[in-house]
Design a protein around this ligand. Structure first.
Ligand code: CIR
Length: 262
């Protein structure tokens, strides 16, 4: 059965490890505080539950500093988990480490067999399309090898380009509903969403673009009042969450859960 792209019954999360201080980051703005990160993560899990998801929280995996960003090593479509191949060498092993949990919680598990790479953060799903942005973490080989797995679930794969200064395609975009995305002006200008309605983040608030629509609510990082206002004006119910610690290692709201429906 196919579900609308923003309706989820379940989510998988992973507690941030103390080793998150060794997480990858493009620039050093200080280490996250693991205890504060765990508190913010707990509030995030609670918000997913409030939004109607049954959330399974996996224990921290100290072997992988970035393992809290559980969206990157897998993609779940129609309850079928696709184990991806993350593009950062320090994150490659996260895929195998996550597999047992996917076996336990998803309908079926399949592996992306490729010599290329795909990070889940580069994948944005609509009701009938899977948009994948090529980036420093996701290459054309990985994207093409993903195509048959996506098509087997009834989705069309569209390969786009993530502008080079952006870590992941979804760092600067989120699905708001079947026709609408939230995106930074820079990503919107790339033409990626020409067939959709785009709500742009407010000036100086680009970091708010990594939001998540979960059932009736849009979860937005706290501290971006003008973008929150734009979304409220457009009729969305907005819930704000503090993501300051995830942001220190280039993470946001989408990467901290694998959302799916069974
Ligand atoms: C990384 O660079 O892989 C992590 N420090 C952050 C990953 C964030 N994930 C995402 O945007 N999908």
């Amino acid at each position: 059965m196919t579900h609308r792209s923003f309706e989820f019954t379940h989510a998988l999360c992973r507690v941030p490890a103390d080793s998150v201080c060794d997480g990858l980051r493009a620039s050093d703005r200080g280490d996250p505080d693991p205890a504060l990160f765990r508190n913010q993560h707990a509030a995030y899990v609670a918000a997913l539950r409030d939004a109607g998801c049954a959330v399974t929280v996996l224990e921290a995996d100290e072997a992988f500093p970035d393992s809290v960003f559980i969206e990157d090593p897998a993609l779940v479509l129609n309850g079928v988990a696709i184990v991806l191949r993350p593009g950062a060498p320090s994150r490659l092993g996260e895929a195998a480490a996550l597999r047992p949990a996917l076996e336990e919680h998803c309908r079926k598990v399949v592996d992306l067999k490729t010599e290329g790479f795909v990070d889940g953060g580069d994948i944005l799903c609509t009701d009938d399309r899977v948009l994948i942005g090529l980036s420093a973490r996701t290459d054309a080989r990985g994207a093409e090898d993903l195509r048959p797995l996506v098509e087997a679930q009834g989705y069309r794969l569209e390969v786009l380009q993530t502008p080079p200064e952006i870590l992941h395609f979804k760092t600067e975009s989120s699905l708001l509903d079947a026709e609408t995305v939230l995106a930074t002006p820079a990503l919107a200008a790339s033409g990626a969403f020409d067939s959709m309605r785009v709500i742009e983040t407010a000036p100086g608030e680009g970091a708010s673009a990594n939001a998540i629509r979960v059932n009736d609510v849009v979860m937005l990082s706290a501290g971006y009042p003008e973008t929150a206002d734009r979304l409220t004006q457009a009729g969305y119910e907005v819930v704000t969450l503090d993501t300051s610690q995830a942001a220190l290692v280039d993470g946001g709201l989408s990467c901290m859960s694998l959302r799916y429906s069974l």
